[in-house]
Design a protein around this ligand. Structure first.
Ligand code: NAD
Ligand code: ZN
Ligand code: ZN
Length: 351
């Protein structure tokens, strides 16, 4: 089955870090032999896209750049070596666009750690365009009955928090603190945590986020970091012992300095958020004598991807998202910068 592919398409492009983001026509890319071309229908906007535009991290982006790495759509072209995907299949583009396949990490299915990994919307043009290319092995397989708009945020947010919760070592019945719970990753984290049998304490700020976290997403407690002492509140809500695990999603340094203070002995602090220039520190003595673990967690591998999608497919994940036109991207960045987004924004790429 062949579909008509236009020569030109609409995309959100910036030429330099922090410079104007322009909605303009650019050529539709051509997939290589082991790649597929996806007609992106919806794409989530992750805080990582904002970091990429601002140039926040010690890793250069390509320029000019089309951002975006939560793209869900329909395959319109497949390279000659691709056997298990076909035109018409639903598929997604996530952060990992490809990896070398041959290094120690790739061989162990730890491809996010591959030194030659290609990153969607960072080192390769991403999903803020109508047509985007991905290595076939890294394309997320999306069952046809699933809605592509709700699916989009799963492709980074969902995979990442699911992986981080697994990395935390928490067991069913344990309490996990989600710091940054009202944001894109946080709202998904509350849902995955619940589905995995964990109890949750949400840390974020504002009445809207409080209402969503506790009334819609299953958090047992909401701690407002602007109004309350987070360490004291978490301890008070965990019998004085602290939480079994902390998932740090906030784009702010302070929670990274504080988290070990409200983590239970033998518990784990899992760093996921990537605030610019931030450092994590903890006093050595309590870290040793309370046997704490402090670790990072970075997206997920292909199996984590399929498992995260499977949780969604089984109806276990329902996090808030708003669909807007692709032209709204600069406004979304403003809201995100001001911590004013509860859940995720998803761009509709149709013009
Ligand atoms: P977001 O902007 O949607 O959410 C961040 C939330 O943190 C907001 O709700 C904000 O109110 C809250 N927050 C800010 N300061 C806080 C504080 N002091 N205490 C508690 N909450 C606070 O962002 P997002 O899309 O969810 O992404 C979060 C972070 O995760 C970003 O830095 C992003 O780059 C990173 N990220 C990492 C990975 C990974 O693989 N490690 C993957 C995706 C995203
Ligand atoms: Zn992301
Ligand atoms: Zn590799």
């Amino acid at each position: 089955m062949a579909v008509e592919i236009p020569k030109m398409q609409w995309a959100q492009v910036f030429e330099k870090s922090g410079g104007p983001i322009e909605l303009k026509q650019i050529p539709v890319p051509t997939p290589g032999p082991d790649e597929v071309l996806i007609n992106i229908k919806y794409t989530g906007v992750c805080h990582t896209d904002l970091h990429a535009w601002k140039g926040d991290w010690p890793l250069d982006t390509k320029l000019p750049l089309v951002g975006g790495h939560e793209g869900a759509g329909v395959i319109v072209q497949v390279g000659e070596l691709v056997k298990d995907l076909k035109v018409g299949d639903h598929a997604g583009i996530k952060w990992l666009n490809s990896s070398c396949g041959a290094c120690d990490f790739c061989m162990a299915s730890d491809e996010p750690l591959c030194g030659d990994a290609v990153l969607s919307g960072y080192t390769r043009d991403g999903t803020f365009q109508q047509y985007a290319v991905v290595n076939a092995g890294h394309a997320a397989r999306i069952p046809k009955h699933l809605p592509l708009d709700a699916m989009a945020p799963i492709l980074c947010g969902g995979i990442t928090v699911y992986k981080a919760l697994k990395e935390s070592g928490a067991k069913p019945g344990n309490t996990v603190v989600i710091t940054g719970a009202g944001g894109g990753l946080g709202t998904l984290a509350l849902q995955y945590a619940k589905a995995m049998g964990f109890r949750t304490i949400a840390v974020d700020s504002g009445d809207e986020k409080k209402q969503i976290c506790t009334q819609q997403l299953g958090a047992e407690v909401f701690v407002d970091f602007m109004k309350e002492d987070v360490v004291e509140s978490v301890k008070n809500n965990t019998g004085g012992l602290g939480a079994h695990a902390v998932i740090l999603l906030a784009v702010s340094e302070k929670p990274f300095q504080q988290a070990t203070e409200y983590c239970r002995s033998r518990g784990a602090v899992v760093c996921v958020g990537l605030p610019a220039g931030a450092k994590i520190s903890a006093s050595v003595f309590p870290t040793v004598v309370r046997m704490l673990t402090i670790k990072g967690s970075y997206v997920g591998n292909r199996l984590d991807t399929q498992e995260a999608i499977d949780f969604f497919a089984r109806g276990l994940i329902s996090a808030p998202f708003k669909v807007v036109k692709m032209s709204e991207l600069p406004k979304i960045y403003e809201l995100m910068q001001a911590n004013q987004i509860a859940g995720r924004y998803v761009l509709d790429t149709s013009m």
